[in-house]
Design a protein around this ligand. Structure first.
Ligand SMILES: [Zn+2]
Length: 232
């Protein structure tokens, strides 16, 4: 459910499978680790019992929740709650990464070669002929100006063929799932359009202020930018 409503943080679900501390639910908004975004954490409650969700991952196309102990039985109704502070920070970080990637790509033509989001700091790697910390600083400045103006972030689906005609739709080279006919699109209005499976804020204003923590030069295909966020 995180795909269609990133702000959903509490819901009820039914346990479809339960093996040891692993459970699969009929509905979930827990984000499974992937695409550089770490998994959500939170709680599952059932009949007075509380379980901590330590990690969430995709296994054979199913979303598996890993609990701190043996989970509730199959068929049980449970109440799920996200650790919202963590998730919301990751949404802000993820949207900031899109904005920065778009500006890096626009200003230098660089491709993004990797990224890792975190709650304290996030990292973007990109390929670039000429490495310039000053250029990165000016890109972050531009990003912060756009954030203060605000822009809507829209999520929708497009047929694969149509989506692939959008310039720059895949900045993370070879990260597109090969066998899907409809692609989920995340668009920062007027700034960037990306095929993406992650969670984002509704308006870039929610990102707050981006701060450069560190830049690193690990070779032509591996310029790195570490950034953090100050509260909006
Ligand atoms: Zn993304």
């Amino acid at each position: 459910m995180y795909m269609d409503d990133a702000y959903l943080r509490e819901w009820t679900a039914k346990v479809l499978e339960s093996v040891g501390e692993k459970v699969v639910l009929d509905r979930t908004a827990f984000y499974p680790r992937g695409g550089g975004q770490p998994s959500d954490t939170g709680k599952i409650n059932e009949d007075g019992e509380e379980y901590n969700v330590l990690e969430v991952k995709k296994e054979n196309g199913r979303i598996v929740h890993i609990l701190d102990r043996t989970g509730p039985s199959r068929g049980e109704e449970v109440r799920c709650t996200l650790d919202w502070d963590r998730r919301y920070t990751l949404m802000r970080m993820h949207t900031a990464a899109h904005l920065l990637s778009a500006l890096i790509n626009k200003r230098t033509g660089a491709m993004i070669t990797g990224n890792q989001l975190g709650t304290e700091k996030s990292r973007i790697d990109f390929s670039l002929e000429e490495y310039s910390p000053e250029l990165l600083a000016s890109i972050v400045k531009e990003a912060n100006e756009l954030i203060s103006k605000g822009a809507e972030v829209k999520v929708y689906y497009l047929p694969r063929e149509e989506a692939l005609r959008i310039p720059g739709i895949v900045k993370l080279a070879d990260k597109l799932p090969p066998n899907v006919s409809r692609l989920r699109i995340v668009e920062i209005e007027g700034i960037d359009t990306q095929a993406d499976g992650g969670t984002h804020v509704k308006n870039i204003r929610e990102i707050g202020n981006i701060v450069v923590l560190k830049t690193e030069n690990k070779g032509k295909n591996n310029r790195r930018l570490y950034f953090g966020l100050e509260k909006a």
